[in-house]
Design a protein. Structure first.
Length: 65
């Protein structure tokens, strides 16, 4: 039991040591990248929608029996 507790404590100390080495991005960088991702997703969404409309229009010209 004591060995398990020591292993857990050692693991958590290692996590704490590694956590302090993390280089966190600044707030401005996070905001800029978030806006960029939202813009790219919006552009692709609109593009797919427009392509869908074009194909729908083309397929509506084909006569169905």
């Amino acid at each position: 039991m004591n060995n398990t507790v020591n292993s857990i404590v050692t693991y958590l100390k290692g996590v704490r040591a590694e956590w302090s080495k993390i280089n966190w991005p600044e707030k401005n960088q996070i905001i800029a990248e978030t806006v960029f991702v939202i813009a790219i997703v919006t552009v692709f969404t609109v593009s797919v929608y427009l392509i869908d409309l074009v194909f729908k229009g083309i397929l509506s010209l084909i006569p169905m029996k």
